[in-house]
Design a protein around this ligand. Structure first.
Ligand SMILES: *Cc1c(COP(=O)(O)O)cnc(C)c1O
Ligand SMILES: [Zn+2]
Length: 401
């Protein structure tokens, strides 16, 4: 069953619907499972991928479209953690098949598309959604149309979308405008929309929450921190964690903490005013293109997750994001794209502000791979030194240092 998060209107699972017909709000798929039906041991001996939690995935098991997404590394970061005075873990979502967590959502979303029997899928994207959709559409054998904001998509993501055979359209406008356009096309039934307004996307992404608490030995961390753009992922992770809580698998809940870029911070602005109302940011701007979004479609779900979990929302600027990206790469060997590093930059700021307590167990979700945005990475470094292929020349340089 699909339910409106605002007025609780109910819709059939097989209705193609993106917004509530009664009130226009966003929808979610209702999943209600108890440990007496599915004991948590069920998941222990299965292959470590998203579908090991298939009982919680409300789609037809015989239609699964998968690239073995999920089961991503969960790394303890002792050096950075010590610097910050916290117990720090990162969930490395860049290790998914196309290099971001979007693959989790796309696997379940594409499975739903097969169940519905559609022939064309589409999305608007800051990059990663299109890269993921293109790959999963290829695997499913469906036509794929993606709308990208012109000139604002990182190189690796663009390469993926094109190479997997999507019809790529470059829109003169920002992400929010591209999403509005493609949504109108979807409402006229020209394509099945796989942006995170589609509640089945979030069903896949909630598995990040499943994996985190499972990996901690069926315990919730004190806090989960992640970058927030369109606000689907924070909503999804909270949904997953509350489902495991309701099932009786875990006792505690984490403080959901969303980090936005200073130039694209509608959710953090609402949090500061302690309101559920979200005022869109007109011209969002940040180097973290994956979260360059002014009117997040899942703002209601995200703000609920933050308020209900006693969580927090904060902003970081581009310099702080780039510094955190470099810290993660140099101290821990973990390469992430700028948006992902917003989580680390945010934790640092919240420790300084005293919001995050010393010794807290914090899990940062690092959402996408370093190679997604090679230009930003190269720009942060000095050029390699050129030498002749000669051992004396080599020694001169290395021994001088
Ligand atoms: C999509 C994306 C985000 C933002 O997630 P939302 O669900 O839109 O809030 C953050 N980082 C990366 C790398 C992404 O691809
Ligand atoms: Zn409604």
């Amino acid at each position: 069953m699909i339910e409106c998060v605002s007025c609780n209107a109910k819709y059939d699972d097989n209705e193609v619907i993106y917004n509530c017909k009664e009130c226009g709000s966003v929808l979610e798929v209702v999943v209600d499972i108890d440990k007496s039906d599915v004991p948590r041991e069920t998941f222990d001996c299965r292959k470590d991928v998203l579908w090991k939690y298939k009982e919680f995935m409300p789609v037809d098991e015989t239609k699964i479209v998968s690239l073995d997404e999920g089961g991503t590394p969960f790394c303890k970061c002792n050096k950075l953690g010590e610097k910050l005075g916290i117990d720090l873990y990162v969930k490395v979502e860049g290790s998914n098949p196309t290099g971001s967590f979007k693959d989790r959502g796309m696997s379940v979303g594409m499975t739903k598309a097969m169940e519905l029997g559609v022939d064309t899928v589409g999305c608007a994207s800051t990059g990663n959604t299109s890269a993921s959709l293109a790959a999963y559409a290829a695997r499913a054998g469906l036509r794929c149309v993606v709308l990208l904001p012109s000139g604002k998509v990182a190189l690796g993501k663009l390469a993926q979308a094109m190479f997997h055979g999507a019809e790529v359209l470059s829109v003169n406008g920002n992400f929010d405008e591209a999403l509005e356009t493609v949504t109108a096309l979807a409402l006229e039934k020209h394509l099945y929309l796989l942006n995170s307004i589609n509640p089945y996307r979030l069903e896949g992404q909630k598995s990040i929450g499943f994996e985190v608490v499972h990996e901690l030995g069926w315990k919730s961390p004190d806090r989960i921190v992640l970058p927030v753009g369109n606000a689907g992922n924070i909503s999804a992770i909270w949904k997953g964690i509350t489902e495991f809580h309701n099932a009786g698998y875990i006792e505690d809940l984490p403080m959901m903490t969303g980090i936005q870029a200073e130039g694209a911070a509608p959710i953090a602005n609402s949090f500061r005013k302690n309101t559920m109302d979200m005022v869109p940011v007109q011209d969002p701007e940040t180097i973290a293109t994956a979260i360059r979004i002014g009117a997040p479609v899942s703002s209601i779900k995200a703000l609920r997750a933050i308020y209900d979990s006693n969580g927090y929302a904060e902003t970081v600027n581009d310099d702080e994001i780039l510094a955190a990206q470099l810290d993660l790469a140099r101290y821990e060997g973990i390469g992430v794209e700028p948006a992902s590093a917003a989580s680390i930059a945010g934790v640092k700021k919240l420790v300084e502000e005293g919001v995050v307590d010393k010794g807290e167990q914090v899990v940062c979700i690092v959402t996408g791979h370093l190679l997604k945005d090679p230009n930003t990475a190269i720009n942060a470094c000095t050029e390699p030194i050129e030498i002749d292929a000669d051992v004396e020349a080599l020694k001169k340089i290395l021994l001088n240092k």
